[in-house]
Design a protein. Structure first.
Lengths: 171, 117
């Protein structure tokens, strides 16, 4: 519970809650949790779901009490660009992978890349997308395929995490 | 359907939880943990999986409660809550609203008898 209280204190400090008010809230909570522990009552009974989210709990309490000066942006807002940046980064990695793959497999044309990744893919439709610029570079193939896989997997993982983070949470 | 029922009860409680807290405080000044215990003793332990502290904060900000620090018996001082004059008026008004709502819902749902096969 000390960790929980410490997390609350940190959040109140971050939000700019005046020290005396933060100390009073921490003391109130500490005393209540101590008594609950002495009486064998689980902290969940006192804190509800908040026990799993000390930052949210502390922020909610301070906001409801009206002791947060101004309206500092929620912690998540500052990082809202992060998933988009990650998505863009992985997209760049994927594109570099594609470019390298075309270079590495050139000579067999880009259709060979598609066939290597998915042998069942109809190839004729992809003809004409590339032109020969030199001999194939087989040494590049593992690197190109690795970049492609990392890029695609990263984009997929980022998209999943982003969707999950935007799902509403119960209070 | 069982999940629906589990969700409805916390939602119903949430709408009157402030009144419940004010009612308990009106009996005698009480601190946070004691409020939680008394709610639980009256069968209202699951207040929506949440905590009463943010709600106490809202009541305090709204001037509906008064607080006093009382030295504990061998322990740290406790913060006691009691309804202010405005809080007592809010409680009276809220109880009247609750009764009217309860009666209207009772009139509709009370006679309902549904056979579930």
């Amino acid at each position: 519970m000390d960790e929980f209280l410490d997390a609350c204190r940190r959040e109140w400090r971050r939000l700019g809650v005046p020290d005396p008010v933060a100390a009073e809230m921490a003391a109130e909570l500490d005393a209540d949790l101590d008594q609950a522990r002495e009486e064998g009552i689980a902290a969940e009974e006192i804190l509800g779901d908040g026990i799993f989210d000390p930052v949210g709990f502390a922020a909610s309490w301070a906001a409801e009490r009206g002791v947060v000066p101004g309206s500092p942006p929620p912690r998540r807002t500052g990082r809202r660009w992060l998933p988009l940046a990650a998505l863009a980064g992985f997209a760049v990695v994927t594109l570099v992978g594609v470019a390298l793959a075309v270079l590495a497999f050139h000579g067999a044309s880009v259709v060979a890349v598609a066939h290597a990744a998915s042998p069942g893919l109809p190839g004729r439709a992809l003809h004409g997308f590339t032109r020969h610029v030199g001999p194939p570079a087989p040494g590049l193939r593992p690197f190109a395929v690795t970049l492609l896989l990392v890029g695609l997997a990263g984009m997929a993982a980022t998209a999943v995490l982003w969707v999950r983070s935007r799902s509403p949470r119960l209070l | 359907m069982a999940v629906e029922g589990e969700r409805r009860r916390p939602q119903l409680l949430r709408g009157v939880l402030d009144l419940c807290l004010l009612a308990i405080m009106a009996e005698e000044p009480t601190y946070g943990y004691e409020l939680t215990k008394r709610l639980r003793d009256r069968g209202l332990s699951m207040v929506g999986g949440g905590s009463i502290y943010p709600l106490l904060g809202r009541l305090e900000r709204g001037g509906l409660v008064e607080t006093t620090r009382v030295a504990g018996e061998g322990g740290p001082p406790r913060k006691y809550y009691s309804p202010s004059a405005e809080g007592r008026r809010a409680l009276a008004g809220g109880v009247a609203e609750w009764r009217a709502t309860r009666d209207a819902v009772d009139a509709l749902l009370g006679p309902v008898e549904v056979e579930v096969s």
